[in-house]
Ligand binder design. Sequence first.
Ligand SMILES: Cc1cc2nc3c(=O)[nH]c(=O)nc-3n(C[C@H](O)[C@H](O)[C@H](O)COP(=O)(O)OP(=O)(O)OC[C@H]3O[C@@H](n4cnc5c(N)ncnc54)[C@H](O)[C@@H]3O)c2cc1C
Ligand code: FES
Ligand code: FES
Length: 482
Amino acid sequence: MIQSTIQFVLDNKIVEIDFKNSPYTPTTTVLNYLRSLPNHKGTKEGCAEGDCGACSVVLASINAEGNLTYKACDSCLIFLPMLQGKQLITVENVGTSDQMHPVQKAMVDTDGSQCGYCTPGFIMSMFALYKNHQNPSREVIDDALTGNLCRCTGYRPIIEAAIQSCVNEGKDHFEEKENEVKQLLYHIQHHQRSIHIYTEKQTYFQPKNLKDALGLRRQKPEALLINGATDLALKVTKNKELLPSLIDLSGIQELQQIEDLGKNIIIGSGATLEEIKNYCQEILPALYDTLAVFGSLQIRNLATMGGNLGSASPIGDTPPILMAYDASVIVQSVRGERTIRLLDFITGYRATLLEKDEIITHILVPKPAENVHVKWYKISKRKDLDISTVSAGFRLELDEDEVVKDIRLVYGGMAAMTKRAKEAEEYLLGKRWERSHIEHAMGLIDQAFTPISDARSSKDGRRVMARNLLMKFWVETVGVNV
Ligand SMILES: Cc1cc2nc3c(=O)[nH]c(=O)nc-3n(C[C@H](O)[C@H](O)[C@H](O)COP(=O)(O)OP(=O)(O)OC[C@H]3O[C@@H](n4cnc5c(N)ncnc54)[C@H](O)[C@@H]3O)c2cc1C
Ligand code: FES
Ligand code: FES
């Protein structure tokens, strides 16, 4: 059974869009959709690439416990069909000048409302913070606001507004309407089928389960897969490309699970990076460190690990750390399933071993033994919301005499693909973990790489960074077994 329309909740009502009879296409962004409506122009376009947060909205959906969860997202990166089964909340819904929400009132009281362009986005991020945290720490507040830029004044009064307002267990007028909204969302879910949209120029499929997705992948090998669309949406918003055929995996619950299997953590390719981050803080701390500085909360609420590995970018943040953990990807097609070590999976610049009919379904991450040390480093021009200039995932196992039993030095940003410094690894294996050997190995790191010069750094700068990261790793791990 399939359907050709999408349904979501806006202004506490179900909205249905039939793309055959509408001015919208399946790749119209939620931002452009809102800007086309008479009463939702508070959502602004600043950059159209996920960097400024002026377009922030909140998406609410029902979680496994039957509660509504509220997530701030950049509406410039969301294609309309991705709203299926969700509540879209904009700044107009949060409050009005007659009936202000506590976060809006606090922004007024602290003089945090600085310009009309950015303030709606700040309100939306603060609203999601309000719903999810009571008395949040400064770290949580900073993280919630990282994806919202102000170019005029500064963040102090805005942060003060968040501190003042987020004290109320999320109580507000949304609470009164939650049951009503849940009924609407349950109604949509109950009638939900796989979505097949055919327009004159585009086809867009949103399968409801993995079986349907694999069937479609086989039938439409030319279609692009999307999940969070935080990479792919830029083709539309920046390059103005027409994407003729898309298979959107974001509605497949089977791909969104994260589970502890004992020796391994299995992560669904469609789990969002924010969900993975929250899950792995204790179990895979170096992966947590990676995700803590990945994009912004708005990006992590959409982006997936399947998308980060699927794009196989040489500056993608998860490949180096996942290779250091010795992770594998599980890929599936109607022909069956394969498990491939991530070290082998990425084969070149944005190239992988994925066949045309396959989908990355899971990532298998072995839990390291206690005496194995895994660390992650990222050098970028800014700590937050910035792409890596050089990144590294390192793994070290020492014996009781501080001799290297196993070592892996994986770098991002140093070549056309994520790559190991094999010469340095081979040199260090069997040697004592001491400074003189590290200094020699730093000289060998150059041999593995052909970095480029670009806006982020010169190639020589990258070489220095790569060498020094090894020294940093040594400083942080020397004597750990003592
Ligand atoms: C503002 C901003 C900040 C960013 N910051 C970072 C950062 O700090 N670090 C970083 O590494 N990246 C960053 N990115 C890039 C992007 O967010 C990540 O690569 C993200 O993980 C992509 O996931 P997605 O689900 O959105 O992928 P999508 O855009 O949906 O897809 C990306 C690619 O993966 C393929 N794909 C998706 N799912 C699958 C699947 N299940 N199987 C096979 N192929 C699949 C798609 O076909 C496509 O080629 C940033 C992007 C933006 C816009
Ligand atoms: S318009 Fe800048 S993040 Fe969307
Ligand atoms: S609040 Fe808009 S630029 Fe500062």
